[in-house]
Write a protein that binds this ligand. Sequence first.
Ligand code: ZN
Ligand code: ZN
Length: 276
Amino acid sequence: MNIHFWGVRGSIASPGSSTTKYGGNTMCISISLDNENTLVLDAGTGLYRLGQQARNDSHTYYFLLSHVHWDHINGFPMFRPHMNSDVSIQILSEMNPEWTELFLSQLDGVHFPITHEEMCASVQANLDVKGTLGRFGLDVSWIKLNHRGPCFGYRIATDSADLIYITDHEIDALQNVNTSFEELASFCSGADILIHDAQYTDDEMPSRVGWGHSSISRVCDLAAEAGVGRLLLCHHDPLRSDDALDRIALDAKSYLEASGAECRCDVAFEGMELPL
Ligand SMILES: [Zn+2]
Ligand SMILES: [Zn+2]
């Protein structure tokens, strides 16, 4: 299995000369399950590129959403495979069944030229996440996050590694509180890879309380507390330049080293690939 990052930006796509290194597309990550099945974590604008690279043959895409804020779903109308009758699209919405309609209604014939009823692919709401992904050897569990939503984080375990995907979460939230630091550290405990929202610096955080995102230092604290092997920072602020993210990468590594954590840390970028 292979993890591919198609979009790592938060809030709104941010193309331009200052974001060419890390990319400007919003959140979308794929995990190749086999030649005919792909798990897609969020469907931000990065999904467009995934669709462009898809072959015109039979394939099933399983969409596992953190939540349905625009930056996590609005790549779907332009996802080319939905015009292929050999494609199956399964929306894994057990966590919140209302997501299926909210996701599909982006194609309403008004905000997009066709309706979702006119898509050629077959579309299903799938309310059995564990059973469905269990067929591919994945053991999936989830936790409700601190973000207006609802919004969920996932732990995806294979025979060889455990991946955690947490985006749009405010670690020290004062509102929309669903998960404490300790509960989340327990959920992430011993994972090989932690992908986590790290939208703000410590300087920015005091003026962003209640916005539903975390500071980079607190994400490092979480990774250290949970004893994860590798931390990947994502959901970058749309105004964050490549140069600023380069500095953040160095600062986060120094912070983790100073804390004594044996955790590798990188800033996720568009096009990044990892084995799972
Ligand atoms: Zn977001
Ligand atoms: Zn959000």
